[in-house]
Design a protein around this ligand. Structure first.
Ligand code: GLC
Ligand code: CA
Length: 555
C-alpha cells in the first residue's frame, strides 16, 4: 500500500505518533528495542487510534546524538535489525493501514561517515567540498550556537588538513555543503532509496541550516528554501504521495515560510505554538495561544502544522522572549538538572506533575487545533522521565508495557537495558504502563483513546476547517471554533486553576444548541444574549452547534 493510492491530504486528518525504535520494544532480549519488536507491537498503534508512526533515526551511527549522527544513510543500525526487518515492518504496518515516516538527517553527518572521512583525508579529496571548510574560525559569526551547554564554537579544527570545519550542532556532526551540486544530488539519492522502499514520508531534521552567508545569521536563507522546493518537486515527480515534514524551530513567520506556496514542505512542526501553550498555562491566560494562532494561520490549503506538546528533545525556549523563558524555568524547571541548552528536558507528565485535568486539557487542545497532532511515545500513559540521565536521554527511556520485569520492555537483565526504566512514583512503570491502563476504564490511556475516536468523527472539520475566536469576557478560558461547510465546533479550555464563569458571544448561531461532542448531550439553546458557561478548574468542553433535528453529532 502506498499513500498515493489514498486521499492525498491524509496527513491533514491524521494523528501521528513519534517513537525511537530503540525505546519501543526489545524482541531479542539484548536490552535494546528493535524492528522486530516494533512489529510485535504494531497493533498497539491501531488500539490507540493513531494513523502514522514517525521513527527517529535508525541508521548506522556512533550514537553520540541519539542516531542523529548518521554514519551510513543506506543501512539499519545492527542493534535494531536488518534492512529485511525494516521492509517487513513497513509491509506489516501498511497492511494494518498505518503510515510510516522516517527521520532524514540532512544538514550534517557523523564525523565517522565515509564522506567526511574522505573529505578530511586531504585537501584535494574529491569529497572535500561536500563539507564547509575555512582557514579561520571567524566566518559566519552571526550564526548562533545551538548546543550552548556543550559547544563553544560552530567551527572545529581539523588537525590533519589544517582547516576548520563548520557544524551547527555537536562538533562530531560536520555540516554538509549544499553549495556543492554533487552533494545536493547525493542527498536526493538517499530520499530516493527510502521512498523506493515505500515509506510514506520524511521528517526532515534541522532544515533551517543548509546554507551559510556572511551577512546573515545563516538560518532560513533563500537558497535553503530553493533546495527544498527542488527536493519537493523531485518527490512529487518520482514518488507522488510522499509527505515532507520540516523541523524548523523558528519564529512564526520564518517557520511558516517552509510551506512555500504549497510547493515546499507539506507539514512543519508548530514550534511557535508549543512553548506558548505552556506559557498560557502558567499565566492562566489564553492570549499567548490566541496571538500565536493569529500569526500561524493562513498557510496554503495543502499544508498542515504538526501540533505537539513534547518530543525527544528538550522543550526548546529559543524562540520566546527572555521574560517568557524565565517564567517557564520558574514554573517548570526549578531544579537546574531539568534544564538543557535553552530548554527543559522533561516529559509532559512531570511538567504538569501528572495533574490529570491538565493532561486532558492539553491533549484536548492539540487534538483540536489547526494541524495534525503528533504524540510522543509514553505520554499516553503518563510515563515519567529521569533527569539523572545525561543530555536528552531522560525522556527516551524504555516504553512501559507492564508492571512486570523491565516494564515488559525486554527480557534481559535489568543491568543490560540501554537505559534504566523509570521507577519514581507516580510516574513509574508499576502504574504508568499500557497493560494496567488498558484494563482500567478510567485510565488516561483509555481517556485518550476515546478522545482520539471522537476527534476522528470530526477529522474533516478539524483537519481541513478554519478557526475563529468568538468574543468572551474571560481571558482565562481559551474559546475557539472550528468550522467547515455547515459543521461548527465550539471548544472551551479553562486554563485557570480555579473554577470560572464566562459569556461567549455566538450571534450567528442563535437558535442552535451546543451538543457535547462525546456524549451528544444537548445544552440549552443559544439565545440573543451571550451564552453563559461555568467551568471546573482546568476543564474543557467540545461542542457541536446544531439544531435539534439533524441526526448524529458527526460530520
Ligand atoms: C534535531 C533533532 C535533535 C538532534 C539535532 C541534531 O534538532 O531533533 O535530536 O540532536 O537535530 O541532529
Ligand atoms: Ca533488541
Amino acid at each position: 500500500m502506498n499513500s498515493s493510492d489514498h486521499d492525498p491530504l491524509w496527513y491533514k486528518k491524521a494523528i501521528f505518533y513519534e517513537t525511537p525504535v530503540k525505546s519501543f520494544f526489545d524482541s531479542n532480549g539484548d536490552g535494546i528495542g528493535d524492528f522486530r519488536g516494533m512489529m510485535e507491537k504494531l497493533e498497539y498503534f491501531t488500539f490507540l487510534g493513531v494513523d502514522c508512526i514517525w521513527l527517529l533515526p535508525f541508521y548506522e551511527s556512533p550514537m553520540k546524538d541519539g542516531g542523529y549522527d548518521v554514519s551510513d544513510y543506506y543501512s539499519i543500525h545492527p542493534d535494531y535489525g536488518t534492512l529485511e526487518d525494516f521492509k517487513e515492518f513497513l509491509e506489516k504496518a501498511h497492511s494494518l493501514g498505518l503510515k510510516v515516516i522516517i527521520d532524514l538527517v540532512l544538514n550534517h553527518v557523523s564525523d565517522q561517515h565515509e564522506w567526511f572521512r574522505e573529505a578530511r583525508s586531504s585537501r584535494d579529496s574529491p569529497k572535500r567540498d561536500w563539507f564547509v571548510w575555512s582557514d579561520t574560525d571567524e566566518k559566519y559569526r552571526n550564526a548562533r550556537i545551538i548546543f550552548i551547554d556543550t559547544e563553544k564554537s560552530n567551527w572545529t579544527w581539523d588537525e590533519g588538513t589544517g582547516q576548520f570545519y563548520w557544524h551547527r550542532f555537536y562538533s562530531h556532526q560536520p555540516d554538509l555543503n549544499y553549495e556543492n551540486p554533487e552533494l545536493r544530488e547525493a542527498v536526493k539519492d538517499v530520499v530516493r532509496f527510502w521512498a523506493g522502499l515505500g515509506v510514506d514520508g520524511f521528517r526532515c531534521d534541522a532544515v533551517p541550516y543548509l546554507f551559510e552567508d556572511e551577512e546573515t545569521n545563516c538560518e532560513n536563507l533563500p537558497e535553503t528554501h530553493l533546495y527544498f522546493k527542488e527536493l519537493r518537486k523531485m518527490v512529487d515527480d518520482e514518488f507522488p504521495g510522499i509527505v515532507l515534514l520540516a523541523e524548523a524551530n523558528q519564529w512564526p513567520t520564518d517557520a511558516a515560510k517552509y510551506f512555500g506556496d504549497g510547493d515546499e514542505f507539506h507539514m512543519a512542526f508548530n514550534f511557535p505554538l508549543m512553548p506558548r501553550i505552556f506559557i498560557a498555562l502558567a499565566k492562566e491566560d489564553s492570549l499567548p495561544i490566541v496571538s500565536v494562532i493569529a500569526q500561524t494561520i493562513g498557510i496554503p490549503d495543502n499544508c498542515a502544522w504538526g501540533v505537539f506538546l513534547r518530543n525527544h528533545d528538550e522543550l526548546t525556549l529559543e524562540m520566546v522572549t527572555d521574560e517568557e523563558r524565565d517564567l517557564m524555568y520558574q514554573e517548570y524547571a526549578k531544579v537546574p538538572r531539568m534544564r538543557l541548552n535553552l530548554g527543559i528536558r522533561r516529559r509532559l507528565s512531570t511538567l504538569v506533575e501528572q495533574d490529570r485535568p491538565t493532561m486532558e486539557m492539553l491533549h484536548s487542545l492539540i487534538l483540536t487545533m489547526p494541524g495534525t497532532p503528533i504524540l510522543y511515545y509514553g505520554d499516553e500513559i503518563g510515563m515519567g522521565d529521569n533527569i539523572e540521565l545525561g543530555d536528552r536521554d531522560g525522556v527516551r527511556t524504555p516504553m512501559q508495557w507492564t508492571s512486570g520485569k523491565n516494564a515488559g520492555f525486554s527480557s534481559t537483565d535489568p543491568e543490560k537495558l540501554y537505559s534504566p526504566i523509570v521507577t519514581r512514583a507516580p510516574y513509574s512503570y508499576e502504574i504508568a504502563n499500557v497493560e494496567t491502563q488498558s484494563e482500567l476504564n478510567t485510565s488516561f490511556l483509555n481517556w485518550l483513546r476515546k478522545m482520539i475516536r471522537t476527534r476522528r468523527e470530526y477529522s474533516e472539520t478539524i483537519g481541513l476547517g478554519t478557526i475563529s475566536f468568538p468574543k468572551t469576557d474571560n481571558r482565562k478560558v481559551l474559546v475557539y471554533m472550528r468550522n467547515r461547510d455547515d459543521v461548527h465546533l465550539l471548544f472551551l479550555l479553562n486554563l485557570s486553576r480555579e473554577p470560572v464563569s464566562l459569556h461567549v458571544e455566538l450571534p450567528e448561531f442563535e437558535g442552535l444548541k451546543p451538543f457535547e461532542a462525546r456524549s451528544n448531550t444537548p445544552f440549552p439553546a443559544i439565545g440573543s444574549d451571550p451564552y453563559f458557561f461555568t467551568m471546573a478548574p482546568r476543564s474543557f468542553f467540545w461542542f457541536q452547534l446544531r439544531s435539534d433535528e439533524n441526526g448524529e453529532a458527526s460530520d
